[in-house]
Design a protein around this ligand. Structure first.
Ligand SMILES: Nc1ncnc2c1ncn2[C@@H]1O[C@H](COP(=O)(O)OP(=O)(O)OP(=O)(O)O)[C@@H](O)[C@H]1O
Ligand SMILES: [Mg+2]
Length: 276
């Protein structure tokens, strides 16, 4: 087990925040996981990611990394910072460097990498997000929206994190760039990076994640395999829109290996099988 939230309760201290953002959240992230965090706006998804990354401290409950309480005295927070990478929503709005190189190098530089090792970390990260090496000399502000998102992701990947936390990584991207980014994330997960991704698009969730956790009012409303969660009859009570294929599957009673269909491909196979 890598990361764990145990009974996490949290309230934003700012004026007016009178209700708790998290109301006793339990969540486990293990090696190789690919977890989608879904739920309506304001349900606590981003707040959960900020706890997993140690940026917010629970008012009650615990956050564990490799079994150790990350807020306990003596816990090596720099290890968590090295191993857990968080891509904020619209992370590209936080660029500060004159060049892409400076932005991507920021975290490894902070962790003591210098010279050739630093240059290699940047080159490797840009390769991972499939950007040309020449991009490193450009101003990050001169890039297209999709390129910017990739540079922001490269900045997180430069640390080679074991766990990747992604807050709506594909929002605002065109379909091609989105597909490209999703396939890249899929590859990373297959190579062993555990992932927790917030998404409002359940079609995308069906494509990329294996497990899903539903948040509603700062509580876990449901968790299970993506198929179990996305085909649940309760989906609408959580203010979630089922993927198109799931909706069609329900209307037509389509099954794949005895389970409700999740993808277009499964729906098509089920329809063709009926005709036989
Ligand atoms: N900085 C803040 N100060 C005060 N309250 C906040 C702050 N950030 C979030 N909240 C509140 O905490 C709750 C959970 O917010 P959070 O951002 O985690 O939701 P979310 O599920 O990520 O929503 P979205 O899908 O809109 O991004 C909401 O009620 C929100 O208004
Ligand atoms: Mg959010």
């Amino acid at each position: 087990m890598l990361l764990e939230l145990r009974g996490v309760y949290f309230k934003y201290a700012e004026l007016g925040a009178n209700k708790a953002a998290l109301n006793g959240i339990d969540l486990t992230v293990s090696e190789g996981d690919s977890i989608a965090l879904v739920g309506p706006s304001g349900s606590g998804k981003s707040t959960v990611l900020l706890h997993l990354d140690g940026l917010l401290r629970p008012a009650a409950g615990r956050v564990l990394y490799m079994g150790g309480d990350i807020h306990a005295k003596g816990f090596d927070l720099s290890r968590l910072r090295r191993d857990v990478g968080l891509l904020f929503q619209f992370a590209e709005t936080n660029f500060f460097g004159q060049t892409v190189y400076e932005d991507v190098a920021y975290a490894p530089l902070n962790h003591g990498l210098r010279g050739r090792a630093l240059a290699q970390a940047v080159t490797r990260a840009l390769e991972m997000v499939r950007l040309a090496p020449s991009v490193k000399d450009r101003s990050p502000f001169s890039l297209s929206g999709g390129e910017k998102r990739k540079v922001a992701l490269a900045g997180v990947l430069a640390m080679q994190p074991r766990v990747l936390l992604l807050d709506e990584p594909t929002s605002g991207l065109d379909p091609g760039t989105r597909a490209n980014l999703l396939s890249l994330l899929n590859d990373l997960n297959r190579q062993g990076t555990a992932m927790v991704m917030v998404s409002h698009d359940l079609d995308e969730v069906a494509d990329i994640a294996r497990q899903a956790v539903v948040l509603k009012d700062g509580r876990v409303a449901d968790k299970g395999s993506v198929r179990e969660v996305l085909t649940s009859p309760d989906l609408e009570s959580w203010d979630l829109e089922p993927p198109e294929a799931v909706r069609l599957g329900k209307l037509l009673g389509l099954k794949s290996k005895g389970m409700p269909v999740l993808s277009e491909a499964e729906a098509v196979s089920a329809i063709l099988a009926r005709g036989k």
